[in-house]
Design a protein around this ligand. Structure first.
Ligand SMILES: NC(=O)c1ccc[n+]([C@@H]2O[C@H](COP(=O)([O-])OP(=O)(O)OC[C@H]3O[C@@H](n4cnc5c(N)ncnc54)[C@H](O)[C@@H]3O)[C@@H](O)[C@H]2O)c1
Length: 366
């Protein structure tokens, strides 16, 4: 019998394509084990099979009432979308971008860390050099991915295609405020605003102006500005000079993949797509995609999705359970149970089982 203090959550899982189903089922197994050992919450996952198979059957990636359906849940756990035989812009806009923008999940938060027992691509963390520990904040609803633009004179030599980057005061102000608050909550209180206002003289200049305006409300946050090209160099050469990083939809899409690879692997990179107003359920997913090259082989690293699920629990208010899960992941990494992308020999199931066993051990000590 559950006590009155046990909280219950209803989560919708959308595993979708490629390695998505493999890593989402691993994350669900781990979260159910965590619920069992922590006894502080119960959680139910309902699966929705939107994705490329659904698209081939129904001619669309999601149900017509997609937003209404998703609003019935406390949170969304997502795998990845994309298949070799469907153009990527159809699959991405058909599923993930049909959720992020319309649900106003405007803050995409991507923590980046080198786990103990794993080696950063920059330096050997075992030798005591500074580890990577960044918080990447990506504007998630506008910028270069607004869907503004079009094509005309198709098939002619004078065919034209435009992709208009949209920057609004409202969109910039809310992500800057989110990023400054996030930086303020971390020990270093350090924020780097990524920009490209030398060549993009309208939208990116507004971006810089709003950053300056918002910074005045956060006098205890030290902040600086970096052009995106120079930022790549700083990430590689001076990783310890960075902490929280905020940038546009496109810039952070690219830099967060680089950050994950520098920290160890794309296979460990989590992301939270948040509606900070709490009006809509937030979506949690690994940064990586469908990974066609390893789909079905059982070797995908489940850590990115398991960490995303930990972030989901933290967002839902289960901070202690989140910390326990992060500790379990760290212990499993320290013990050397790693998939091939991190230099190990374990498969998806072995890593998942090791994390579940670690949760049992941690649970029995509390
Ligand atoms: N959020 C999403 O759903 C999302 C994100 C990125 C790409 N995609 C889609 O995924 C498809 C493939 O894209 P891509 O190849 O550019 O990127 P990808 O992230 O799928 O793969 C890039 C490389 O990283 C490796 N990798 C990714 N995740 C891994 C994991 N968990 N463990 C071990 N290795 C891992 C892959 O094997 C591959 O070598 C495309 O259709 C793309 O549009 C979807």
């Amino acid at each position: 019998m559950t006590s009155n203090r046990t909280r219950h959550y209803n989560v919708v899982s959308i595993p979708a394509d490629g390695i998505g189903p493999e890593v989402v089922s691993a994350a669900i197994e781990v979260i159910q084990k965590l619920a069992q050992v922590s006894k502080s919450f119960t959680i139910e996952f309902e699966h929705i099979l939107w994705g490329t198979a659904y698209y081939k059957e129904h001619g669309r990636y999601v149900d017509e009432n997609v937003l209404e359906v998703l609003r019935r849940y406390d949170a969304i756990l997502f795998g990845s979308v994309g298949a070799p035989d469907v153009p990527d812009h159809i699959s991405l806009w058909g599923l993930l971008l049909a959720i992020r923008g319309p649900l106003q999940l405007y803050a995409n938060v991507r923590p980046v860390r080198t786990f103990p027992g794993t080696v950063s691509r920059l330096r050997d963390t075992k030798s005591g050099a500074p580890e990577i520990d960044w918080l990447v904040v990506r504007e998630n609803t506008e910028g270069e991915y607004s869907g503004h633009g079009g094509r005309s004179h198709r098939g002619q030599k004078w065919e034209v295609a435009t992709e208009v980057a949209i920057f609004t005061y409202v969109g910039i102000e809310r992500i800057m405020r989110f990023a400054f608050s996030a930086a303020q909550a971390r020990p270093k209180k350090l924020l780097t605003v990524v920009t490209k206002s030398n060549s993009m003289r309208n939208g990116m200049v507004l971006w810089d102006e709003v950053a300056l305006e918002v910074s005045r409300d956060f006098p205890d946050v030290k902040w600086d500005k970096m052009l995106v090209d120079a930022m790549t160099v700083r990430m590689v050469n001076f990783p310890g000079s960075l902490d929280t990083i905020v940038g546009t939809n496109l810039h952070m899409d690219i830099l967060s993949d680089l950050a994950a690879a520098l920290a160890g692997s794309l296979g460990i990179a989590p992301s939270s797509n948040l509606d900070p107003t709490g009006k809509n359920p937030s979506l949690f997913e690994p940064v990586h995609g469908s990974a066609f090259d390893i789909t079905g082989k059982g070797v995908a690293n489940p850590v990115a999705t398991i960490w995303s699920a930990a972030e989901m629990l933290g967002w839902l208010g289960e901070a202690e359970a989140k910390d326990t899960l992060m500790k379990a992941i760290e212990n499993v990494c320290t013990a050397g149970v790693l998939t091939a992308d991190l230099g190990g020999t374990a498969n998806t199931k072995e890593v998942t089982r090791a994390i579940c066993e670690e949760l049992e051990k941690l649970g029995s000590r509390t």
